[in-house]
Design a protein around this ligand. Structure first.
Ligand code: PGA
Length: 248
């Protein structure tokens, strides 16, 4: 059974003490029997978050990792450093990392493979820019990202994909439910070509980009949207409302 996943990406926000305060206030409200809840704090707040969610169903993820197992990579962390802490998910290839930290489809591909081999659940992000959408290249861009980012990646139940149109991230400009469904459906059909039908149907595809309390219900009602990757709204009480989405 495919369980919806509501994931918070805190980006470069919340110290350890702020992380504790968030869970003190919201831990009960962000748990649901039929939904997986995930919070991805900065590296320095992972321990505080893991401690705060002990005994609950809330999962903790990182926002990045390196694809090597160790070595001279100042400022980076390995998959094993994350798993040993108790981290279960890792966001890979967020558009901010692609745009500001030179991540490419090649590094995303290496990271996805490494995360899966370490037993982590990668939340692999893809998405087009406004210019690409307006010039009619959305489908080609998404197709190329899925092909390259998943090159040589075998069927693995831990794989999660997030469609995040760059123009909708942090802008308050959400994709309409039809636009979001169109691309999540495209991703599903690309998976169907590459993998078995059963696997393609089982992969969780999230939508991300200005998800909020006003649009979560209609997004979650779409057939190929299995969850949300939430930035701004995951930092505050609104996140509880997102976990408590209703599709009827
Ligand atoms: P946003 O960010 O919800 O603030 O638009 C989403 C994301 O970047 O994952």
């Amino acid at each position: 059974m495919k369980r919806p996943l509501i994931a918070g990406n805190w980006k470069m926000n919340k110290t350890g003490s702020e992380t504790k305060a968030f869970f003190d206030q919201l831990l009960d409200k962000i748990q649901r029997d039929d939904v997986d809840t995930l919070i991805c704090p900065p590296f320095t707040s992972l321990c505080a978050a893991l401690e705060a969610v002990k005994g609950s169903t809330v999962q903790i993820g990182a926002q990045n990792m390196h694809f090597e197992d160790g070595g001279a990579y100042t400022g980076e962390v390995t998959a094993q450093m994350l798993t040993e802490l108790g981290v279960s998910y890792v966001i890979i290839g967020h558009s901010e990392r692609r745009a500001m930290f030179n991540e490419t489809d090649e590094t995303v591909n290496k990271k996805v493979k490494k995360a899966l081999s370490a037993g982590l659940k990668p939340v692999m992000c893809v998405g087009e820019s406004l210019e690409e959408r307006e010039s009619g290249k959305m489908e080609a861009v998404i197709t190329a990202q899925i092909e390259q980012d998943l090159d040589g990646v075998a069927e693995d139940d831990n794989l999660v994909i997030a469609y995040e149109p760059i123009w909708a991230i942090g802008t308050g400009k959400t994709a309409s439910k039809e636009q979001a469904q169109e691309v999540c459906g495209l991703i599903r059909s690309l998976l169907t070509k590459k993998y078995s039908e059963a696997f393609a149907q089982s992969v969780r595809i999230l939508y991300g980009g200005s998800v909020n309390a006003a649009n979560i219900d209609e997004l979650m009602a779409m057939p190929d949207i299995d969850g949300a990757l939430v930035g701004g709204a995951s930092l505050k009480e609104d996140f509880a409302r997102l976990v408590q989405f209703e599709t009827k």
